[in-house]
Ligand binder design. Structure first.
Ligand code: SAM
Length: 230
């Protein structure tokens, strides 16, 4: 049994060490093994779904967006490219450094994109939209619910989350387990029941607007867009 601080310390260490190398490769375009390639494709579909939703609203240049747990900037960089003002943060310094390097390479103008090394629960401020993709998988449901509450408090209009749904539990746990093998198994993958996540969003004043599900062989991510209901 671990507590929140332990879970965070473990996740932070992982994403500053073996996890950084692994996920930087998966979120890149270099050579990877078949499983990693499958996860890369699935993750890109999740990113593309969220970008598609935001672009279809046709107001990106007017939006302030908080990308909590931004990783290497897979979402933040294209959103900044599309004109949104982005505050991107991650608990892992290495991830943020990589994201900054990618942004400098890929964007002609980085002035609308700010990065910070920060635990998402320490974030402050107000943003039109708060997005947190594929982060809740690293925390037990109870901690994930605390994170949703905090992220919701930063969101003026909308909160977009993705998580591994609990439906295909055994399959997913087994498969995700392959990414944390042997001695480098320093973090776990947690799935969450959709109805629990939706109830937490409702309790925090949000209602579900759009949903999507990305499923490949080894990657499963349920995406929820929740908007303020009052
Ligand atoms: N959201 C990014 C994406 O979809 O490309 C990255 C997803 S990656 C699987 C998970 C990221 O969450 C890692 O970069 C990790 O460092 C970050 N993370 C984990 N716990 C966090 C926390 N408590 N606060 C901020 N970032 C966190």
């Amino acid at each position: 049994m671990t507590n929140t601080l332990d879970d965070k310390a473990i996740v932070k260490d992982y994403f500053n060490a073996t996890g950084f190398d692994r996920w930087r490769r998966i979120y890149g375009d270099g050579e990877v093994n078949k499983v990693q390639k499958d996860i890369r494709i699935g993750h890109q579909q999740t990113i593309d779904t969220v970008i598609g939703w935001l672009e279809s609203d046709d107001n990106l240049p007017n939006l302030s967006i908080c990308d909590a747990g931004c990783g290497v900037g897979s979402l933040s960089i294209p959103l900044a490219q599309a004109g949104a003002t982005i505050f991107a943060s991650d608990i892992s310094e290495k991830m943020v450094t990589e994201a900054k390097e990618r942004a400098a390479k890929e964007l002609a103008d980085t002035s609308k994109l700010t990065f910070a090394v920060q635990d998402l629960e320490a974030l402050t401020g107000q943003y039109h939209t708060v997005i947190c993709l594929d982060v809740l998988i690293h925390y037990p449901t109870e901690e994930a619910l605390g994170m949703i509450k905090h992220l919701g408090s930063l969101a003026q209009s909308r909160l977009i989350l993705s998580f591994a749904p609990k439906t295909c539990l055994l399959t997913i746990l087994k498969k995700i387990g392959q990414f944390f093998p042997g001695p480098s198994k320093t973090t776990r993958a947690y799935q969450h029941k959709e109805k629990t996540i939706v109830a937490a969003l409702n309790e925090n004043g949000f209602k579900i607007e759009r949903t999507s599900m990305t499923s490949t062989r080894f990657y499963f991510s349920r995406i929820l867009e929740a908007v303020r209901s009052e």
